[in-house]
Each structure stands twice: as structure tokens, then as C-alpha cells.
Write a protein that binds this ligand. Sequence first.
Ligand SMILES: [Ca+2]
Ligand SMILES: [Ca+2]
Ligand SMILES: [Ca+2]
Ligand SMILES: [Ca+2]
Length: 281
Amino acid sequence: MPLARTFVQSLLLLSVAIPASSAARSTGDPEAPRVGGIDISTPVGKVWRLRGVGDLDGDETDDIVWQHQNGQVHYWPMLNGQRVDGIDISTPVGQGWILRGVGDVDGDETDDIVWQYKSGQVHYWPMRDGQRLDGIDIFTPVGKDWALRGVGDVDGDGTADIVWQHKTGQVHYWPMQDGKRVDGINIFTPVGPEWRLRGVGDVDGDATDDIVWQHQNGQVHYWPMLNGQRVDGINISTPVGKDWTLRGVGDVDGDGTDDIVWQHQNGQVHYWPMEFGQRSI
Ligand SMILES: [Ca+2]
Ligand SMILES: [Ca+2]
Ligand SMILES: [Ca+2]
Ligand SMILES: [Ca+2]
């Protein structure tokens, strides 16, 4: 896979940590009991993996997207933050494909399922009414040193963008239009390797998706985004232990602000309703 020179030429090596004053509050102490948040009924076993959160059926509430270890993709239509059904999606892909994210990359107002083949070719399924309509390749001029981390509208133009991270840490996105990549743009990345990019979604409700991080100590943090660039870095109160994993960001309760979706090591799915970038419960 050829490496795009434009990416490399513009790459900046950045490893400046977020100042301790902004990173140390309310850390995810592994001994701390979970506080607040809402459980979602989780009638699935460990053979299913929670892969993403997005509105596959176009009813304006984001759905929870799963994949079985045999490959089968499945989703839970959500209503008011609870699961109302469980529906299989036709899954004509082989073992080398990884479901990387969910977002409306073609701008038709239904979220699409984004795949990548073994750290190479990116591909998406346009979705309608919760079913797959097609399978379309997206031009992928990146090498294996880039990881596809999330899908969301970081530039606020109404179409979801594809968010990458280089092994050096640099965050980068592809603005998308009609399911096609139209550019490749670096995002200023003042965080070190102790932070992990966990998801993309509009947690502050300003209609631009934000980038959600988690520190190795558990602390959740987000970058409010504007026109594809980071405008701040804000901690979110994180009273959960290491037995919870941040799995996705999406509006599962349908109030117009994306929520943070977790899964416990025992399987239980849970979410934090968000309001203005902070937990409301
Ligand atoms: Ca939905
Ligand atoms: Ca779409
Ligand atoms: Ca966009
Ligand atoms: Ca936002």
C-alpha cells in the first residue's frame, strides 16, 4: 500500500502531555465503585463484540452495532436509551475485514458501516432502514502506520469524516463527501501515548462531533471540535473502574447529544447520558 507523501510531509511529531492540572482530576480509580450512568439490557454472550454506535435505521436515535465471532453483524435499535430489538444485517465479508466504525460518510442522513481490510483498504456499507444497500471502496492512500480510530463529523459539514491516528500519535482526518475522501488534514495533537483515542461523537451538543479520549489511568477527556480543528481539551468526570471499557459514542437516548457507551468485562452495556460535554447522570 503506497504511503501518501502529503500525510508524511505534514506530519508533526508531537508528544506534549496535557498539563497535569487538567488531567489529574476525577481519575478512574480501579477500586472506585461506578457512580451514576444507566444500564442497558444486554442479552448477549461473550461471542458478540460491541463495535460501534450509530443510526443504522434512520430514526434519529443511534443504535448499538455488534459483531459475532463468526462475523455476523447485528444491531440493537435503541429508543430512549434502551434496546428495543436485535436485528441481523447481511454480512458478506470474509475474515480479513474489521468493522471500524459507524457514521454517515455519504451524507444521506443514515449512518453507514465502515470497514477496513487488514490495516489497508477502507470500505463502507451504505445503510437504509437498518439493512445494507451496497459495499463501496474508499480510496485509501495510507500505510500500516496509520490506524482508523473513528467515524464522525469533525468539520461540521453534515457528513461523517474518517479519523485516523499515526503510530507517532498524530491525529488526522479525511473529510468525506458522497462516500468519497476529499482531503487529508492533520489535527493538532498535544497528547502523549498514555492517551487513547476511543471514539468520535457530539458530546457537547453543538452539532460538530468531538474526539473522545481515555487516559491509561481511566480519565475520559474530549476535544470539542470546530471546522475540523481542536478548540479545547476538557475532562469528563470518570467514576468507573478498569473493569469497564469505553466502546463507543452515540445518541442512544435520542435527545440530540451523543452519549458515551461502556461495556463491563462481564458483558453489561451501560451509557452515560451527556449534556454540554458533561455527564447528566
Ligand atoms: Ca436508530
Ligand atoms: Ca449514509
Ligand atoms: Ca464532515
Ligand atoms: Ca461537539
